[in-house]
Design a protein around this ligand. Sequence first.
Ligand code: ZN
Ligand code: ZN
Length: 936
Amino acid sequence: MYNPQETEKQILDFWKEKKIFEKLREQIKGNKIWSFLDGPITANNPMGVHHAWGRTYKDVFQRFKAMQGFDQRFQNGFDCQGLWVEREEEKDLGLKNKADIEKFGILNFVKSCKKRVEKFSKVQTEQSIRLGYWMDWNNSYYTMSDTNQLHNWFLIKKYFEKGWLYKGKDAVPWCPRCGTASSKHDIVTEGYKEVTHPALFMQFPLKEKPEEYFLIFTTTPWTVPANVAIAVNEKVDYVKVDNEGIKYWLAEKRLGELEGKYKILEKKKGKQLKGIEYIMPYSSFESQKDSPHKVVLWELASEEEGTGIVHIAPGCGAEDFDLGKVENLPAISPLNEEGIYSEGYDDFSLRKYSEVNKAVLEDLEQRRFVYKIVPYKHRYPHCWRCGEELVFRLVDEWYIKCEEIREKLIKENKKIKWYPEYGKIRQEDWFENMGDWLISRKRYWGLPLPIWECKCGNIEVIGSLKELREKATDKKKVDVLPEIHRPWIDEIKIKCKKCGKEVERIKDVGDAWLDAGIVPFSTIGPYLENKKEWGKWFPADLISENMPGQFRGWFNALFWSSVTLAGKAPFKAVFGYETLKDEKGEEMHKSKGNAIWFDDVIEKIGADPIRLLYCLQDPSQELRFGFTVLKEPKNSINILCNMANLVEYVGQQKAEKIEDKWILSRLNSLIKNFTEGLESLHPHLATRALQDFWLKDLSRGYIQLVRDRLSSNDKEAKYILEEVYVQLIKLCSPILPFITESVWQELREKKVVKEESVHLTKWPKAEDKKIDKKLEEEFEIALQIIEVGLSVRDKEQVGLKWPLAKAIIKSDKEIRKEFQEIIMRQLNVKKAEITKGKLEVTLDTKLTPELEGEGYAREIARRIQAARKNAGLNKGDKIELAIETKLNIQKHLSFIKDRTDSEKITVKEKIEDKSYKNKEEFSVKEQKIKILFNKI
Ligand SMILES: [Zn+2]
Ligand SMILES: [Zn+2]
C-alpha cells in the first residue's frame, strides 16, 4: 500500500545521503544554459499552501529542464524588507504605531525584523525541502543584503541622472496607522474593500442668491473643512427645483435623491454654472483665505452618483489634487502622519479624522448645511498591509517619472511570451495607465534611499559605497558601516557641493518592490561585480509567479530596472497562476478558521498528491484546495505505483501484437505531448495527458488486455510493460519526485533499470516511427466499447468470469476483426455482432449449462492458482489435484490442467482428503467446491 508520508521521508534521506541533487548539478554543469529567475518569497511567516503551489511549478520546470540536460543556477530568493515584514514584527513585539517603534528604538526594531527574516527563511527552507523542491539551499539570495541594496543605489542613481527621480507634492493614499504613503501601485488591485460610510448631501447657498442652494455630495465629511471649490460636468444637464419651498441645484438625472415633492424651475448645462460662488461653512479658517469657493468644470463630475455636484478638496484626494493643479486651486491638507487634524481648525484640531467625520456631520447639521445623511455602500481603499482605511494627505514624496520609460516598457512586454496569455494584456494595461512611481516610505526596515538633500536645494544621489566614502564628511563611519540599513546609514553625512554645508540622508526607505525588482542584476553575476557571468544568465528564460498583484508589483519592478539598466526585459517568458481558495471557493483566513497549514497537509497527505493536484490545475482559474480534493490525486498515484509490482526484467523483445504496438504508440505520443506541454507552459494540459495515460491507457487499458499473457509468462508483454512503465516513471518524476524515486529503486533492485536515481536519467525522447495515429484511434473506440460493455455487465450483475454467448454492438465506426477479438476477449463473450449506429452495447445474458461450466472452470482454476501461491509453490512446480464437486466440469479439465500445472486431476462428489496436504473449500453461486493438492 502506498504510504506517501513514510516513503517521502525515506526518499529525502536517500537524496541527502547519496547527494543526488549534487550529482545532478555535476551532470549538467557546463552544458547549455537554461536560466530561471526566482521571484523571492517573503520570509515573514511559515510558508502557506498557496506558496507551495507556486513552488511546485518552479520545481517542475527546473527538474524538467535538468533532465533535458540544461545547466541551471537553482537559486532561491527571500524577500526580506518592507512594511509587510515590519507589520508582522510590530504585532509580535506588541507595538501599535510608529511612536511605539521609536520608543522601542529604531536599532532594536531593525535588528528584530532581521531576526524574523532569518528565522522564517530557515523555516521556509525546511518546508520547501519537505515539498521536494530542489534548490541550491545554501546559496539563497536575500533582498536585505548589501549587494542587493547597492545594486538598487546604482539603479536609483541612474534614474536620477536621467532626470526621472524627483520630489513631488501630491495627495497620496496614506495609512494613518503605518504612518506612510501607500503607493497607488499598491492599492490598485487588492487595496479596495466594500464598506458603508455615511453619505452626506450638503446644501451650500449661492453667494449672490442665498435663497438658492447647491446640493453637494461627499462620503468623507472630514474633508469638508478643506473644501475649496465645487465641480460640475460641463455636458451634464442641471436643474433648479422648488423642493417643498426651497430652491436647489442638482443634476437632472439625480432628481431621485430629493425628498418630498419638487417642481423644476430652470434647466442649465453645467458649463453655464461655471464661476458661480457659494457660501462655504468653514471659510473663516486661516488656511481657507485663498480659496475661491466657486463652481469649476470637471470631466470626472458624474451624473451617475450623488447629486452630480462634487465637493473638491485638493489636499485630500488624488483626483482633486490633479484638478487643483489645472484650476490653480489651493491644496489644504489638515491631517498629520497619524491622521490627526492639525492646529487652526477650531474644534476639529488635534482630533483623529474618524472623529472629525462625526464632528463635521454634527456641526453642519446644527448650522443647517445638511440636506440629508444616508448610509452609502462603496469600495474604499484600505492599507493592504494592516487593513486600516486609507486617507489622502498632501505630502512630499519621492517619485520616478514614468513618461519616458512607458513606451519602452510596452514595447518590451510585447516580446515576452506569457501564459496565461491574458497576462500580457493586463501588463500592458498597467503600463498604459500607471502614474509616476512613488518609491519613498516613511519607515524603518528597508532599502535606505540613497538621497542626501541639502536645505539649499541641492540633491545628491549616491550610487555606490565608494562614492559615499568620497563625499562623506567622516570617512571612517563609511569604513565601519556594519550594513546598509537604518539607523547606521543615517549617521553618515556628506558635504554639499553647492553650499558646503553638512547634509543628512533623507530618512525614507524604498518601496519593497524595488528590492525584488533589482534581483536580475544583484543575484546573477552579480552585475556590478562580474558582468561576464551575469551576461551568461541574463535575460532569464523563465520566471513564474502568482499573477494577481504582480503586474503592478514584481513584474512591473523587474521591467523598470531591466529596461533602464539593460535596455530590455529580464526574462523571455513568464508563467503565471491565479489564487488559491478553500474548497468552497472562499479565501483562506486564519480568523475564518478555514486556513490549511502547509505542515499539516504535508503530514496528513504527503507532498506528491499535493503536487499532482497543483499540476492538474488550470493556472488561469482559482484553485480550490482542501483535504477532499486531495483524495483523487492520492488514489491516482496509488494506481501508478502499484503497477510496479507487475514489472520484472525480461530482456529486450519484439512488439508484434496489436496491443503492444498500440501502447508503444500511445507512449511515444505522450512523450511528445507532455514535453510540448511543459515547453509551452501548459503544465496542466501536460499533466492531464500524463495521468490519463497511466490511468486509462496503461492501467485500465493495456494491463487488462494482456492480463492473461502476463500470467502465462509472455515475455513480449512483460517487456513492453517494462519499457512503457520505465519511460512513464521518468516523465512523472518532475511532478512526483518522491514516488517515482521510490518505484525507481524497486525497479533497480529487480535489475530493470540501472541509473542510481530517476532524477539522474535523461528525458525520454519520442520515437516518431512508433507513433500510429490510426491505430490509436481504432483502439480508443475499442476501449470505449469495452468500457460500455463492462458497465452493462455491472448493471445486469453478471460477473466477468461468466462467459456470455453474444454481445450486440452498435458503432458508427468501422471495427476491424482484430479489435472485435479484443472486445470479445475483454467482455468475455463468445460472439460479437456489429451493426451501424450510435455507440451501444447489449449483452445476451442467458447462461447455458455449457457457458456456466466454463465459468466454474475458470473460477476453480483461479482459486487453485491462488492456493498454489499461498502454499509457496513456484511456477512450473507440478501438482496432483483433486476437486470435490457435484458440477459437471469434465469438458474443461484440460483448461484447468493447463492453468494450474497439474499432472493428474481427480473430480468426484466425495474425496477422501487424508492424503492431501493442501486443501481449500469455497462456494461459487452456492455450489460448494473443495480443492485438494500435493506437490509432486
Ligand atoms: Zn497600514
Ligand atoms: Zn547645500
